[in-house]
Design a protein around this ligand. Structure first.
Ligand SMILES: *[C@@H]1O[C@H](CO)[C@@H](O)[C@H](O)[C@H]1NC(C)=O
Ligand SMILES: *[C@@H]1O[C@H](CO)[C@@H](O)[C@H](O)[C@H]1NC(C)=O
Length: 191
């Protein structure tokens, strides 16, 4: 009887620890957000100047990746359409990501129809006319990415420094951070 009771106590304690563990993980994964985020000022053209991710896909591709142009536009449901143009196999390709609002300003959810996965995309810091630091986190899969969006193709050195510091604070190691080179293709004002 006593041993059954202690077994139960043990299970309850484990259960509570489990819940605490989940809460703690949630809190750790949380990034800070830009206060008073103004979605209308986030619109327009950006360049993906920096990226950090520890996914194996990114580790393989990062040496060959180049800067892409992304146009942020409002979508019908109060979210955003992110339309990116990038060079792939010598051709410019365009892809639109439809981001749904989460109710928190600057925070969006994205469901990839191709991979069947959902991510949470958050604007961590933005000054609207120069840069935006954006965090992407898998909701139902293990994925983390940080992006530095710049209004110009040539971000200031201080901005790159800021991005590296942010990424390292998020636990990305130096070898998973890249500053994407400009290309003479696909970055023109074609739209
Ligand atoms: C990436 O880092 C996270 C923790 O930050 C870890 O849980 C995950 O397993 C890592 N993924 C890869 C592919 O290294
Ligand atoms: C957002 O993108 C989708 C998919 O490309 C498109 O069907 C939709 O019309 C776009 N919405 C707006 C408001 O441009």
């Amino acid at each position: 009887m006593a041993s059954i009771r202690s077994l139960w106590t043990g299970l309850v304690v484990l259960g509570v620890l489990g819940v605490l563990g989940v809460l703690q993980m949630g809190a750790q994964a949380q990034v800070s957000m830009q206060p008073d985020f103004q979605q209308d000022k986030f619109m327009g053209r950006w360049f993906s100047a920096g990226l950090a991710s520890n996914s194996s896909w990114f580790r393989e591709k990062k040496a060959t990746m180049s800067m892409c142009s992304t146009v942020v536009a409002p979508s019908a449901d109060g979210g955003l359409n992110l339309t990116s143009t990038f060079l792939r196999k010598d051709q410019c390709e365009t892809r639109t990501m439809q981001l749904q609002p989460t109710g928190t300003p600057g925070s969006y959810s994205y469901h990839s129809p191709r991979w069947g996965r959902t991510s949470l995309i958050s604007v961590v810091e933005i000054n609207y006319d120069e840069y935006a630091l954006v965090d992407t986190k898998g909701v139902d899969h293990d994925f983390r990415m940080a992006t530095l969006y710049s209004r110009t193709q040539t971000p200031r050195a201080e901005l790159k420094e800021k991005f590296s510091t942010f990424c390292e604070a998020q636990g990305f190691t130096e070898d998973t951070i890249v500053f994407l080179p400009q290309t003479d293709k696909c970055l023109k004002e074609e739209e």
